[in-house]
Design a protein around this ligand. Structure first.
Ligand code: GLC
Length: 495
């Protein structure tokens, strides 16, 4: 009982109340406006130079690559013009050494090499003809999904602001990532032009617009995966900083006729000052020992890369607790069946290693309805090297998992709810459509339900508003979306 009480107390530290939620939404809206006014706020509000969303009739074949987390994907996409598309892809893990290399070219030449392999396998005729007779075949337009904050100055131009999600290549900061990739593509003499730079959230937004049926266009593309971020459609007239940016460029280098532009919020850095974000000892320790302390504070409470680590720190605190009655993952006599369990934690258990716990662990535990939480005990053994955990231990872990996961979903609702309210789309449109992607929304049980519950508690949305919000998975968003933006870029270049 003492353990249960202690676990409950810790879980309560993660509670994010209705008041917290509403304060969060208000502050988020304030930071959105600040970001539209000037460069350098917490929420960056980066103009993407994408000025229209697709309607499903677009056609053509395009290449897309996607760098943004653990894997690098290369794909070719054929848009059929009837809301459907076909996609061929290959995927490789990005070697850890390249995520932290000193020399940016090492990473980008690795990427170009993967593009070459892909062309050889899937578009060999094109590849061979180009090699034999350069200039004879059309170049492929390539959409580059690069899911890090980039201060864009054009559809295929932009300087990297900072790395996130464990990448750290100092040399690349401030550089144009499209140019870095094009240079390596040219070095391999490939018939490919990097024609669009795309954040994964923007790709998700475009993909959802292309595939989603109905007249209402999509408002938000959001990722809840390794990292978290969102892009949305903003009125040009609200993007106050655009005037300065245009002046520096010698005039607007984008289509102004739609009166709209997609904004990449980079909401992972919402409230870095921690004015409204919850802050437990586990959050603080995680941040302090991360490679970018004080940055991406929202992301560190919401996304997949971090939830496992928050949980790990909470579990470790419980294990090391001075409260000897609340013995956790230690030998004990179970109240359940009066049996004594001898729990063994292997010395090299992931419980003792930074980033040791993967989010998939949380998803499995949250979902576990088995007798005596048998499944949780199995995954404790398999993933964390903890043998013969008692049912009480598993129950305590489940409580913590639930608390960490639910808080993440409620925070996700802060971001989504703020964008919905700030754009006033509930007032003007019949429905608000949101495209989402990422392991957390896809696999974490109940993630969307908790978001919806929070929407109902949000002033200005409420029960009525929540019913008008559509949330749909936009699978392959980064590939399809990048192709759609490459298409726009291609069309814009035509005389
Ligand atoms: C991080 C990146 C952002 C990306 C998000 C989701 O927050 O900074 O650009 O969209 O992860 O992948």
């Amino acid at each position: 009982m003492a353990l249960e009480k202690e676990a409950k107390r810790m879980a309560a530290e993660f509670e994010y109340s209705k008041d917290d939620l509403n304060r969060g939404v208000q502050h988020f809206m304030t930071e959105m406006r600040e970001g539209l006014g000037k460069t350098g706020g917490h929420i960056s509000q980066i103009p993407t130079y994408v000025t229209a969303v697709p309607n499903g009739t677009e056609k053509g074949t395009f290449l897309a690559v996607d760098l943004g987390g653990t894997n690098f994907r290369v794909c070719s996409i054929t848009l059929h013009g009837n809301h459907t598309f076909s996609l061929t892809q290959s995927k490789v893990a990005v070697p850890r050494t390249l995520m932290e290399t000193q020399v940016a070219a090492e990473l980008f030449s690795f990427l170009a090499k993967q593009i070459e392999n892909f062309l050889k396998t899937h578009h060999n005729d094109h590849f061979e003809t180009h090699k034999a007779k350069p200039g004879q075949v059309a170049y492929f337009d390539l959409g580059f999904t690069f899911s890090f904050p980039v201060e864009q100055v054009g559809i295929n131009k932009g300087a990297l602001v900072r790395w996130t999600k464990g990448f750290s290549i100092q040399e690349a900061i401030g550089k144009d990532v499209c140019e870095l990739l094009q240079k390596e593509i040219d070095a391999l003499n490939l018939p490919v032009k990097v024609s669009a730079l795309v954040n994964d959230t923007v790709g998700t937004l475009m993909a959802r617009s292309y595939t989603s049926p109905g007249k209402e266009s999509t408002l938000i593309g959001a990722i809840f995966g390794t990292g978290t971020n969102g892009a949305y459609v903003e009125r040009l007239s609200n993007i106050k900083k655009m005037k300065d940016i245009d002046e520096k460029q010698g005039g607007a280098n984008y289509d102004t006729t739609t009166g709209l532009m997609v904004i990449n919020t980079e909401w992972g850095s919402f409230d870095n000052a921690l004015k409204v974000l919850p802050d437990t000892p586990y959050d603080r320790a995680l941040d302090k020992e991360s490679n970018n302390p004080g940055i991406q504070m929202f992301e560190k409470r919401v996304s997949g890369m971090f939830l496992g680590e928050i949980l790990r720190r909470a579990m470790l605190a419980l294990h090391n607790s001075d409260n000897s009655n609340a013995s956790f993952l230690k030998d004990k006599t179970s109240a359940d069946n009066d049996l004594t369990t001898t729990t063994v934690i292997e010395p090299d258990s992931a419980l003792f290693k930074q980033w040791g716990i993967d989010t998939s662990f949380l998803s499995i535990v949250e979902e576990d309805q088995s007798d005596h939480l048998r499944i949780t005990k199995q995954v404790l053994e398999k993933d964390l090297g903890i043998q013969a955990a008692a049912t009480e231990d598993a129950i305590a872990i489940k409580m913590l998992v639930h608390a960490v996961g639910k808080r993440a979903a409620r925070l996700a609702a802060v971001a989504l709810g703020a964008v919905i309210l700030e754009t006033k789309r509930l007032e003007t449109d019949g429905f608000v459509d949101i495209g989402v992607d990422g392991s957390l929304v896809e696999y974490y049980p109940g993630f969307e339900d908790y978001i919806r519950e929070a929407f109902r508690e949000t002033q200005g949305i409420g029960e009525e508003g929540e019913k008008k919000i559509r949330i749909g998975l936009a699978k392959d968003g980064s590939g399809l979306g990048a192709a759609l933006i490459a298409l726009t870029a291609h069309d814009a270049e035509k005389p």
